[in-house]
Design a protein around this ligand. Structure first.
Ligand code: SAH
Ligand code: SF4
Ligand code: F3S
Length: 518
């Protein structure tokens, strides 16, 4: 696209916004955009991601809001919709923190927002469809208010095909940025506010670590703490290594300092976050791993410390030993297995066999006899046979998982599995999912029923989502408990006697006489 065309494009965008007629932009400019971006803009590239080098990660401690954006949000409101995993939820807290440092206030009413960001997830096709549906709805808001800034960020923005689709079909979007560019939000907002073209800032890079980003955390009871970013496992079905960059660990002292700070602020629980937390520390080359980190966090005065997500392959004896010491270490391990069949695991690139997984479970059970184990499972991986699926069912029973996130395999662009031919029909996949869920529900209900009559310690989170008259919280084994009690117990750990077990939650009553505020 030459200078003249660019000017024309800007004029069309400007004029269309004035007239509130965005349809014209779409018709007149999608080809120009494509041409322009094909020549000057480099979208994230799967091949480059796979060829990543083990170069040192850069750690930056110098984040600040540029002076000219310090007050940019005064009198304005932001809204961020989050899709996907805890990592994204936490990224949203960081972006919210940056917006608030620029003077923006948060709103949950999209009509009064001056900027709306969709923090997206690419893990399965339905996650992406939800976002594209939402992008469609946002268009009418932009027509009503041409000054509204609409942005797409998160994992979908790291995908070449998604960026191209937005450029082509949704030119009313003002801003696209990826998972590595969150710290550039003030600059990107500036470009989006004052420029006339769509701002695209997506780096297909391995990723650095930016330490001193602000955070506007949701709530003051539980907090997320990143311990590492990215993933190097490249499971053959998974998009995350491409959307999140290479594995890179934060320095132990930075994590410990953050947890200490949260403890001092009165938080009761931290969840350490990473796509594969058991690899924590490998890239630091200082002989320090997740077990060592957890051991140090044991001595911090915070009642509960969890981590997610574990990869069975790197779950080592040192970690098992530390978790078994109890204290603020919790009796719940989420250990995604994905399949119970060794051949399927091999094609998935999980790098462990059914037997190795079961050995690890035995080790954990021996050290932590009461621990709850939960998992993630994919059914209908390309060419999965009924016998292989039966191995998954038998493994679920053998381990005694008390909950599982279960998914139908969803091919992701440019991942190795997406190139495999698949002879399993969608009908069959749905039937397998149904049978698996039935078993998991049964096991969950059985595990819950054992709590009837027991007294458990519950960290009270607030009102139940389904009934504002009831409070809700979690036990150390991650069981959801609903009970009636005065609001004064919110944020405390209180004893609750379980009166009724349901499939996914427990009903109880506060044990008043022993209320012990921890
Ligand atoms: N890092 C974590 C999980 C990341 S994604 C781990 O390795 O366990 C969360 C879950 O989504 C995965 O555990 C897997 O069960 C599921 N998942 C990932 N890619 C998928 C795909 N292409 N189709 C269906 N489910 C998928
Ligand atoms: Fe995806 Fe595997 Fe990495 Fe988990 S470990 S994020 S499933 S590639
Ligand atoms: Fe989704 Fe990205 Fe998390 S793809 S699951 S939001 S890491």
């Amino acid at each position: 696209m030459n200078e003249e065309q660019r000017n024309e494009l800007s004029q069309i965008r400007e004029k269309s916004s004035d007239e509130g007629n965005l349809e014209r932009i779409k018709q007149k400019t999608s080809e120009d955009f494509m041409q322009y971006f094909q020549t000057t803009y480099q979208p994230p590239n799967m091949r480059d991601a796979q060829r990543r080098k083990k170069k040192d990660t850069e750690v930056h401690y110098d984040f600040s809001i540029p002076e000219d954006m310090n007050l940019a949000g005064q009198g304005k409101k932001y809204m961020i919709r989050t899709y996907g995993c805890q990592m994204n939820e936490h990224d949203t807290e960081v972006m919210a923190g940056i917006f608030e440092e620029m003077g923006y206030e948060s709103t949950s009413n999209q009509k009064e927002a001056d900027v709306i960001l969709l923090n997206t997830c690419a893990i399965r096709e339905n996650a992406e469809n939800k976002v594209f549906g939402e992008i469609g709805h946002l268009k009418s808001l932009k027509v009503e208010n041409p000054n509204l800034i609409l942005g797409i960020c998160g994992c979908m923005s790291q995908e070449e095909s998604v960026v191209n689709r937005i450029l082509k079909k949704h030119p009313f979007i003002d801003l696209i940025f990826g998972t590595h560019n969150i710290h550039r939000l003030p600059q990107l907002m500036k470009e989006a506010m004052f420029g006339k073209e769509m701002v695209v800032d997506v780096w297909s890079k391995e990723g650095d670590i930016i330490e001193n980003l602000p955070r506007a955390r949701k709530g003051n009871i539980k907090a997320w703490v990143n311990i590492m970013y990215g993933c190097d496992k490249f499971c053959t079905y998974c998009i995350v290594p491409y959307t999140r960059g290479k594995e890179r660990s934060r320095m132990p002292q930075d994590i410990i300092q953050e947890v200490r700070h949260l403890a001092a602020q009165g938080y009761k629980e931290v969840t350490l976050l990473g796509q594969n937390v058991n690899s924590y520390g490998k890239d630091l080359n200082i002989g320090y791993g997740l077990g060592d980190l957890m051991d140090e966090l044991r001595s911090i005065d915070i009642p509960r410390v969890r981590f997610t997500t574990s990869h069975p392959r790197d779950f080592d004896d040192r970690l098992v030993e530390v978790l078994a010491k109890g204290g603020n270490m919790l009796d719940h391990i989420h250990l995604p297995v994905q399949s119970g069949n060794t051949d399927v695991l091999k094609i998935m690139g999980r790098k462990y066999s059914r037997e190795e997984y079961l050995d690890l479970v035995r080790k954990i059970r021996l050290a932590m006899p009461g621990a709850t184990l939960t998992t993630d499972i994919i059914v209908g991986f390309p060419n999965e046979t009924e016998e292989q699926f039966q191995d998954t069912l038998s493994l679920v029973e053998e381990v005694g998982f008390e909950a599982a996130y279960t998914f139908i395999y969803s091919p992701r662009d440019n991942t190795p599995a997406a190139k495999m031919k698949d002879n399993v029909s969608m009908e069959e996949k749905k039937d397998r999912l149904h049978r698996l869920n039935k078993l998991v529900n049964q096991q969950s209900a059985d595990a819950m029923s054992k709590y009837e009559g027991e007294v458990v310690d519950v960290l009270v989170q607030g009102e139940s989502k389904n009934n504002p008259d009831v409070l809700a919280g979690y036990t150390k084994r991650n069981k959801l408990v609903n009970f009636r009690a005065p609001d004064a117990v919110i944020g405390k750990i209180v004893p609750v006697r379980i009166t009724k077990a349901k499939t996914w939650s427990l009903d109880g009553e506060l044990v008043e006489e022993k209320v012990e505020v921890k």
